[in-house]
Design a protein around this ligand. Structure first.
Ligand code: 5GP
Length: 181
């Protein structure tokens, strides 16, 4: 078990639980509008960070939903963004000509978003592919990519909570916070 060198009492709230939940209602409505009414949407939850976001978001959809899960691994340093990404635990159904929504926790450098969208386009040929992330660190981007939808734009600080972790901890917090330097 990784040792926890951060104290929850030092954590500052960046986005409250109330703000997140309110935003999800708007976001779900906007996302659903771009998919054909009543058609199945395959929602792809990118483990582990987007679990909270995905389960709360899908509660607001009216279209029929299938939930799928994917894990991404990177060779090299775990805490750093990497160009060497690989999809693991890939037990996805046939998504050819299906409506697909990829749900990410945060877009930072943009490398993971690029990897995921390329993977789904090239391997699965969906009818419609939409990418959403809860958080968007626009200022940290290393490549040109934007999500179709996002919840909040944030500064270039390391955040935890609502699925996002530090050494595996803090995912269970209902809000997004950060440790001031
Ligand atoms: P990328 O740099 O490829 O856009 O982001 C890759 C992944 O890094 C994200 O999906 C997320 O898991 C992680 N990440 C990026 N920024 C943060 C952050 O501020 N906090 C946490 N906990 N993870 C982050």
């Amino acid at each position: 078990m990784p040792t926890l060198d951060k104290n929850i009492n030092d954590l500052k709230v960046l986005i409250s639980e109330e703000e997140i939940q309110k935003k999800l209602v708007e976001l779900a409505k906007s996302i659903e509008n771009v998919f054909p009414k009543d058609e199945v949407i395959y929602v792809i939850c990118v483990l582990k960070g987007s679990t909270m976001f995905t389960v709360d978001l899908v509660k607001h959809f009216n279209n029929p939903i299938q939930m799928e899960f994917i894990r991404i691994s990177s060779y090299g340093h775990e805490q750093k963004s990497s160009n060497n990404l690989q999809a693991i635990d890939l037990t996805l159904p046939n998504l050819h000509e299906k409506n697909v929504l990829i749900v990410e926790d945060i877009i930072d450098t943009g490398l993971t978003a690029r990897f995921l969208t390329d993977l789904f386009k090239i391997k699965h040929h969906p009818k419609k592919l939409v990418f959403t992330s809860l958080l968007n660190k626009k200022c940290a981007r290393q490549i040109e990519i934007e999500p179709d939808f996002y919840g909040f734009e944030i500064d270039d600080k390391f955040v935890v909570g609502y699925g996002l972790d530090y050494k595996g901890y803090f995912r269970n917090l209902p809000y997004i916070g950060y440790f001031p330097q």
